[in-house]
Ligand binder design. Structure first.
Ligand code: FAD
Length: 328
């Protein structure tokens, strides 16, 4: 059997994005003997972080190493991996097509796992330290900075919640309001009660010594810190899904593409998983959802195969009779 899926051949599933979500889905689909092609541009969200934490069995592993291991595993099941970017996608209800610089890939289903981009605050020196001296997730990096002086550079009034959360890891937390102004009186009171220091005024830069963040510049002073936490605005990399007409719902983070509990979008034959549709999916959640959605995609294909065996056309986009729960 030719499992390459290139040229005019119809592959079963094309996965766009080879981060934890996409590769986890590809692993399950490959093991289900599906013909799978993964196209990945190779820029996972956490690529600047030297270590990954909170992933059972892999705590402290480099995130790029995790993906390297994942690529090796999926290749062992015949999954074809393409390094490149998908620039366009089409779906007609029966077949999906995606374009890379070198080829058009045709498939029965499209799974988009393109992640999200973090829109960082525009502070000199901050971007260069992203993933190392400037981080976002207390559960990923809080332990490494326990009892340290933790600076929280606010990006919205809700950053007070991030400061209160980080107080769990250290009793030396400094809240830099930056452009967000003074918190509401009750929130300010709560900061004071838990010993969280408040610094008003715009943050003008970071102090970095020997490639380590050592301070935050505010009002002409440098406040010593050991690390900076901040809350970037998450921007889903959902251009392909939107170009296909996927519906979105407006939420506190702006419009996000709609999926059902199985990862199915509103576009027949098109599915999505991981950070592109779920800002809260860390590595473990992305791995888990990748596996869950792969089961649902496979069940949908099985429904097609059953319809084909009866000489019927499966109603594209209709819910599979053969739900993925059947595998458990
Ligand atoms: C600094 C930092 C540190 C983090 N540390 C941790 C941690 O310690 N533990 C933890 O659990 N989580 C951590 N996270 C969260 C983690 O990065 C995400 O949970 C995870 O990357 C989401 O996986 P994903 O597969 O959805 O997306 P990604 O990992 O971002 O993968 C998406 C992939 O799709 C590719 N892609 C995008 N568009 C296209 C296209 N058009 N064509 C082809 N390919 C495309 C991208 O290049 C990328 O390789 C961290 C995040 C950040 C920002």
């Amino acid at each position: 059997m030719n499992r390459m899926g290139n040229g005019r051949e119809l592959t079963d599933v094309v996965v766009v994005g080879g981060g934890p979500a996409g590769l986890s889905a590809a692993l399950s689909l490959g093991r289900a003997r599906r013909r799978v092609v993964v196209v990945d541009a190779g820029e996972p969200r956490n690529m600047t972080a030297p270590h990954m934490h909170g992933v059972l069995g892999h705590d402290g592993l480099s995130p790029l190493r995790l993906l390297e291991l994942g690529r090796k595993e999926v290749a062992g099941y015949g999954v074809r991996l393409i390094h490149g970017e998908v620039t366009a996608a089409r779906a007609d209800g029966a077949v999906v097509e995606v374009e890379t610089a070198n080829e058009t890939i045709r498939a029965r289903r499209l799974l988009v796992a393109t992640g999200l981009a973090d829109d960082l605050p525009d502070i000199p020196g901050l971007r260069e330290q992203w993933g190392r001296g400037v981080v976002v997730c207390p559960y990923c990096d809080g332990w490494e900075h326990r009892d340290d002086v933790i600076g929280v550079v606010a990006t919205s009034p809700r950053s007070v919640d991030q400061a209160q959360l980080l107080r769990q890891w250290s009793d030396r937390v400094v809240y830099f309001a930056n452009a967000t102004g003074e918190p509401a009186a009750d929130e300010m009171d709560a900061l004071v009660r838990r010993g969280i220091r408040f610094e008003s005024g715009p943050v003008t830069g970071l102090r970095v010594d020997d490639d380590r963040v050592t301070g935050v510049e505010v009002g002409g002073r440098v406040i010593a810190v050991g690390v900076v936490f901040t809350g970037p605005t998450p921007r889903p990399r959902d251009a392909l899904l939107r170009s296909l007409g996927a519906t979105t719902t407006e939420g506190p983070l702006g419009p996000w593409v709609d999926i059902d509990e199985d990862g199915r979008t509103s576009v027949p034959g098109v599915w999505a998983v991981g950070n592109v549709v779920n800002a809260r999916a860390n590595v473990s959640v992305s791995l888990g959802l990748g596996s869950l959605v792969a089961g649902a995609v496979n069940a949908d294909l099985v429904a097609d195969d059953i319809a084909g065996a009866h000489g019927r056309k499966s109603p594209s986009g209709a819910r599979s009779q053969f739900r993925h729960h059947a595998r458990t």
